[in-house]
Write a protein that binds this ligand. Structure first.
Ligand code: ATP
Length: 237
């Protein structure tokens, strides 16, 4: 598949502490990749670097064949790169106010139409559209975070640990939401520790101490002994 999004030789640091070394990623248009890695592996730093929220020591990033690594974060958003943080919503705003923030820049009528569409896609959000985000369940809040990230349809959606803080039932709900979202075709990079997200992925990367230690298909990943031991708690075949 022709590459749509690439990151090449990404390196980043906090002061003198370098946390990413020579990271390469490649995604085809519409592909979904999971970026696995334990706490502190550098997943959040990598997503921030891709978004322009952390400076690069070195590296190149392309989207649709165009270099973007020197663009400001807001310009990357305009190019279609959206970022869902671990929290993902403003708790003190209502559901619809969060969606309005997500749709910043859209014309009023278009924003209303998109919010109506999202109420249909996520019936819980439609039902609770005036409720504060803080009053939602963990799963609903994550749904809102996803909805907020796609009010303006992204070309590339970067997600930081959509399972964070969720019980297994809600994780399954979020995976179902992303499975449906896949059909609309945004390219997705999902940073996760939870292997359940591999169910909806085409490709997987493992980040280990700031370096990519595995890149390949999900089938290759699940066959890899070291990965099986680290993430599935089993060894051998
Ligand atoms: P987690 O799942 O815990 O968020 P992660 O894989 O996203 O982990 P990062 O948050 O990117 O990992 O952290 C990578 C490394 O950078 C860690 O060693 C962390 O301690 C360090 N680090 C992260 N943020 C800062 C910061 N603001 N200042 C200094 N060091 C940081």
């Amino acid at each position: 598949m022709e590459s749509f999004f690439t990151a090449h030789d990404i390196e980043a640091a906090y002061g003198r502490l370098q946390v990413l070394w020579g990271v390469d990623l490649t995604l085809g248009r519409g592909e979904v990749a999971v970026l696995l890695g334990s706490n502190g592996a550098g997943k959040t730093t990598l997503l921030k670097a891709l978004m322009g929220l952390r400076p690069l020591l070195k590296g190149e990033i392309t989207l649709g064949g165009q270099r973007v690594e020197r663009l400001r974060p807001d310009v990357r958003v305009q190019r279609g790169i959206h970022y869902m943080t671990e929290l993902g919503v403003f708790p003190n705003l209502s559901v619809d106010e969060n969606l309005q923030v997500g749709g910043f820049g859209l014309a009023r009528a278009e924003l209303r139409r998109r919010i109506r569409d999202l109420h249909e896609t996520f019936p819980d959000l439609g039902r609770l559209h005036t409720a504060s985000a803080a009053s939602l369940s963990g799963g609903q809040r994550k749904m809102l975070a996803v909805a907020k990230a796609i009010v303006v349809p992204p070309r590339l959606l970067l997600m930081d640990e959509p399972s964070a803080g969720l019980s297994p039932r809600f994780v399954a709900e979020v995976v179902a939401v992303l499975r449906r979202l896949r059909e609309d075709g945004p390219t997705m990079l999902i940073a996760e520790q939870n292997v359940k997200f591999l169910e909806i992925a085409d490709r997987a990367y493992v980040l280990d101490g700031g370096r990519i230690s595995f890149a390949g298909s999900v089938a290759e990943l699940t066959a890899d002994d070291a990965v099986r031991q680290a993430y599935f708690g089993v060894s051998g075949h």
